[in-house]
Design a protein around this ligand. Structure first.
Ligand SMILES: NC(=O)C1=CN([C@@H]2O[C@H](COP(=O)(O)OP(=O)(O)OC[C@H]3O[C@@H](n4cnc5c(N)ncnc54)[C@H](O)[C@@H]3O)[C@@H](O)[C@H]2O)C=CC1
Ligand SMILES: CC(=O)C(C)=O
Length: 256
């Protein structure tokens, strides 16, 4: 029987690439989105490639919806093995523009969504009486400070902390918890960030992207598939003896 992976935010960008990569790795995949249209389209592509995929609607900030999504994945496929807490939002907020609303929303989705995803997946693994893997989306912005990303960066630093903490809590149940930390990935999120930073400075989009891209040692932006390849490793057996870790996939940006 195929192993089952659930990926949140799988309708576009990194989540879509992870879903397709895990399908190619032999997983049945449950694709979760805040609305159904995009995840249904990606699920259809995977089904047309002889894959097992379902689309599930859930807002990851809502605990009950995340638990229901995991239950639906299990009910449909008959097992549950890997949870990828990928969904996230990225407000661009210079420090003087941070409001309680912006802070609360990013916390609800990025931090809340990760906590509920870990709870729901670990509850299911324990119920099924077997091990499991939980993989959380942090960022290079969760490893070093990025100007204008105060709120976003705080959630991504938090996700690394949650990863380390829950890895220790859940190890006795045979559950591993790791994080991936992409650098600058060409997705709708990153294009939005670059545009907003450029708009605030009265500069063109290319200038906005350059603010993030100029320190990449490998001298190219990354594609969602670069990230998906590393998540494939975290979801597969070669990472079985690894837990509580944050895998940096930034082309040599943060520490060069
Ligand atoms: N693009 C980049 O350069 C980087 C992205 N990341 C992280 O990788 C993850 C994926 O990012 P991208 O693919 O670039 O973003 P994206 O914005 O292109 O895709 C994110 C997906 O998550 C969904 N989503 C957002 N809030 C949700 C909610 N409450 N419930 C369910 N789904 C929700 C969105 O609808 C969207 O489909 C995010 O956690 C992001 O913070 C980390 C480092 C760099
Ligand atoms: C979006 C993001 O995580 C960046 C710029 O690191």
């Amino acid at each position: 029987m195929k192993k089952v992976a659930l990926i949140t935010g799988a309708g576009q960008g990194i989540g879509e690439a992870i879903a397709k990569r895990l399908h190619h790795d032999g997983f049945a995949v449950a694709l979760v989105g805040r609305t159904l249209d995009k995840v249904e389209a990606v699920a259809k592509e995977i089904q047309n490639d002889h894959g097992d995929a379902i689309a599930i609607q859930a807002d990851v900030a809502e605990r009950d919806e995340v638990f229901a999504a995991v239950q639906k994945a299990y009910d449909h496929f008959g097992d549950f093995n890997v949870m990828v807490n990928n969904a996230g939002v990225a407000p661009t907020t210079p420090i003087f523009e941070v409001t309680p609303e912006v802070l609360a929303e990013a916390e609800r989705i990025n931090v809340g969504g990760t906590v509920w995803g870990i709870q729901a997946a670990a509850t299911m693994f324990k119920k099924l009486g077997h091990s499991g893997k939980i993989i959380n989306a942090s960022s290079q912005a969760g490893m070093t400070g990025n100007p204008n990303l105060t709120v976003y960066g705080s959630t991504k630093f938090a996700i690394r902390g949650i990863t380390e903490t829950t890895a220790k809590e859940l190890a006795d149940d045979g559950i591993t918890v790791n994080a991936f930390c992409p650098g600058i990935v060409v997705t709708p999120m990153m294009n939005d960030i670059a545009q907003q930073v450029a708009d605030k400075a009265g500069k063109p989009f290319e200038w906005g992207m350059e603010q993030f891209a100029k320190d990449i040692a490998l001298k190219r932006l990354s594609q969602p598939e670069d990230v998906a390849g590393c998540v494939s490793y975290l979801a597969g057996p070669d990472s079985n003896y690894m837990t509580g870790q944050s895998l940096l996939i930034d082309g040599g940006m943060v520490f060069n």
